[in-house]
Design a protein around this ligand. Structure first.
Ligand SMILES: [Zn+2]
Length: 586
């Protein structure tokens, strides 16, 4: 699932609870009980060959492989995503499913975007060093030239927007922005809103923000200098509509202004700047995997039920952390993982963290961890989907409509793969009757904070816990089918619709791949066991997954797909369809 807002994952996972900081307590009996961390599952596991049925053991076998450290977090745009999709493609081939990509089972939606070393900024003939003195951000789709542009001081970020330089006094100029400082001289680099500055100074020659001195070490390399992925453009030479944007050190800002930034008055003119921000794009690794099970009815087989998950996650952290420290801090101080505010433990929480750490240290030695395994997000959906595919492929009777199994890439980067597939479908778009999306179906225990209610109160899982999102937003009938399947097959699942409320601040309906389908008016159901403390942390590992529960959820999705595929009519759309190019609104 996608992040709700930019998160200081780097700072957070670097949190280490020092061993010497821990109070020596008497040895605990039943450490599992006292920590709430299930320790019944191993770190590594290799299972026997999988079977046709959807079983907890098969899911374990698959997920321990797919979310193994060797997959390096499966980030879209990296070879490690390809390593994950190699496994999926080999499996669907073994199962005899029909390729449904435009390159066999694959579709290649991604491009990599980077700045070439020839990028520069110069003031008075002096060139600054890329990534050290200035850090451009990918903005728009083309390179940008800055020629002899006048510098002007645009105002201080943190002051009211009315104090900023008016847009018409910034036309064709390089606008320098200062950051407001705390009394101790620190500043919050994360508060700068690029989109807001870009729209304010939409006709500037460039926007330069004094920020680079304030980011943590390693941040520039990981977040700015590393290539970012985007989706392939739709032909046509892109036109630059937005000014280039870059961060500078305070020294460079002073130099650009020819006077100390700290004393600058809004509108003050500075020196002149030249520059070239050379943006490059190239095909990036990372693939959609698409496979079809042909339907048995000669007419209805030309209609499709899509079952989807996402094959990517968020890679690895360049600053490793102690696994158990992250686990303990998040458990007690950030129960929704990256969906919680940055953890700032209270004294009581520190005490609980230390107790947990003590008991974890008794169970095993400290372990350095840097890989975002994404066992739940969305290893659980991806491997659940493989199990569902295996179930379909080995069943003697096939459903009337065809099934498309879709592993989307780049969900974490903005639902890139599902957006691309639904914009460039390999079957007729209106032949897709429904999409069932599975993203994070491996958790949902009583100890997991699965989300918030509309008033911000934490919700928790429990036996049979499953969230259904969007299941009646286009088709009441589709939402009803899921309920009927659960009752008829005695699956015992308990559906939580709280996160599906209109206007819910966590915005879950807009945060996974089903939206790419729903925007085209295709009815969807999003199945998820919801959030937890390991969400987007290095602690989202296969050892913490509830495989029994995951198997039940996968069975529900399978049976729902069977019902929808065998229905005498297309599931009825009885709600208005959204604008496919508009913004998602929950
Ligand atoms: Zn995610």
């Amino acid at each position: 699932m996608r992040l709700r807002f930019a998160f200081t994952a780097l700072l957070l996972t670097a949190t280490t609870v020092q061993a010497q900081d821990m109070r020596r307590a008497a040895p605990l009996k039943g450490a599992e009980k006292s920590t709430g961390v299930p320790r019944t599952l191993p770190l590594k596991f290799e299972g026997p060959p999988t079977t046709g049925a959807i079983t907890p053991l098969d899911l374990m076998t698959r997920l321990y492989k797919f979310a193994d450290d060797s997959m390096m977090g499966r980030l879209a745009g990296t070879p490690w995503n390809d390593k994950g999709t190699d496994y999926i493609a080999a499996e669907v081939k073994r199962l005899g499913l029909t390729p449904a990509g435009d390159d066999g089972y694959f579709q290649h939606p991604l491009v990599s975007k980077a700045f070439a070393d020839s990028s520069f900024i110069a003031v008075g003939g002096k060139r600054y060093a890329l990534w050290k003195d200035f850090a451009p951000r990918y903005q728009g789709d083309s390179s940008a030239k800055i020629t002899n542009a006048q510098v002007v001081f645009g105002g201080t970020w943190g002051d009211p927007p009315s104090s900023f330089l008016p847009n018409d006094e910034a036309i064709g100029k390089v606008v320098v922005i200062r950051l407001a400082k705390q009394p101790d001289g620190s500043t919050n680099y994360q508060l700068v809103n690029r989109a807001q500055l870009t729209s304010r100074f939409s006709n500037a020659a460039a926007i330069a923000v004094e920020q680079l001195d304030y980011v943590p070490p390693g941040y520039v390399a990981q977040n700015y200098a590393a290539p970012s992925v985007g989706v392939k453009p739709d032909g046509e030479e892109p036109v630059r509509k937005v000014p280039p944007y870059f961060y500078v050190t305070t020294a460079v800002a002073d130099d650009m202004l020819g006077a100390p930034l700290a004393q600058a008055k809004t509108g003050a003119a500075g020196r002149t700047v030249d520059g070239y921000l050379h943006q490059t794009t190239g095909v990036a690794p990372g693939r959609n995997v698409l496979a079809i099970l042909p339907g048995s009815d000669p007419k209805l087989r030309n209609e499709y039920v899509v079952i989807g998950a996402h094959d990517d996650h968020i890679g690895f952290n360049h600053e490793p952390a102690d696994h158990d420290s992250v686990k303990a801090v998040m458990m007690h101080a950030a129960p929704q993982g990256a969906d919680s505010p940055d953890p700032k433990p209270t004294p009581e929480q520190w005490a609980a963290i230390r107790v947990t750490m003590d008991s974890l240290r008794r169970l095993h030695p400290a372990r350095v961890d840097s890989i975002y395994n994404g066992a739940d997000d969305d290893g659980s959906g991806s491997m659940g989907l493989l199990e569902i595919a295996e179930r379909f492929a080995t069943a003697p009777v096939k459903p009337k409509r065809s099934i498309i199994f879709a592993w989307h890439v780049g969900e974490e980067e903005g639902m890139l793969g599902s957006g691309f597939f639904t914009d460039h479908p390999t079957v007729k778009r209106d032949s897709i009757v429904a999409e069932l999306n599975i993203d994070m179906i491996g958790r949902g225990k009583k100890t997991d904070a699965t989300g918030e209610d509309k008033n911000g109160k934490l919700l928790h899982g429990g036996p049979g816990y499953l969230q259904l999102i969007g299941s009646r937003r286009l088709s009441t009938e589709l939402g009803n089918i899921v309920e009927q399947v659960n009752t008829r097959d005695k699956l015992g699942l308990k559906f939580d619709y709280a996160l599906d409320a209109n206007g819910h601040p966590q915005n879950i309906y807009c945060r996974s791949d089903h939206w790419s389908y729903a925007r085209w008016g295709i009815p969807i159901v999003f199945f998820t066991t919801g959030g937890h403390a390991d969400y987007h942390q290095v602690t989202d590992e296969p050892q913490y997954i509830d495989y029994d529960h995951m198997a039940t959820v996968a069975k529900l999705v399978h049976e729902t797909a069977v019902d929808v595929a065998n229905l005498g009519h297309r599931v009825a759309v009885d709600h208005p369809k959204p604008d496919p190019h508009g913004d998602c609104r929950q």
